[in-house]
Design a binder for this molecule. Sequence first.
Ligand SMILES: [Zn+2]
Length: 136
Amino acid sequence: MLKPRKIRGIARETLDFILNASRSSHPDEFAGLLEEEDGVIANVILLPGTTSSSMGARIHLDMMPLHIHAVGSVHSHPTPDNLPSRADLAFFSKKGDYHIIVGYPYDENSWACYNARGEKQNLPVLDVELGGDERW
Ligand SMILES: [Zn+2]
C-alpha cells in the first residue's frame, strides 16, 4: 500500500522551473502537480486541460493520469498575495499535503507552501542532484 512519505524539501532546480513557468505565464496563472523522488519534490506535472482565467487556475483532477502519485500542487497568483483562496483550500484538501503558491513577482521570496489544511509550512530548498530518469 502507499504510505505517505516524509518530504525533506524541494529541489532548487524544481523551484527554479516553477518560478520561471510562473513568470512566463503571467498574467495568467500557472498550475501543476508535484511529484517526489526519494523524499524530495523533484517533478512538476502539467496537466492536460489546466485552464486559467480571471477566476484562477483550475486543475482538472479528473484528467489526472492514474500513475501519478502527487504529493501536492503548485500554482501562481498574478498578485503579491500568496495566501490560498477559498477554492485553493478546497483543492488542497483533496490531493497531497504540499501545496505551493507563488505570488508576483515570482522570486525566491514570493512563494509559500501550505499543508492540506491550508496551514503554512516550511519547505526547505535543497541543492540535490536529480536522478537521470528523463521521463519528460
Ligand atoms: Zn490560488
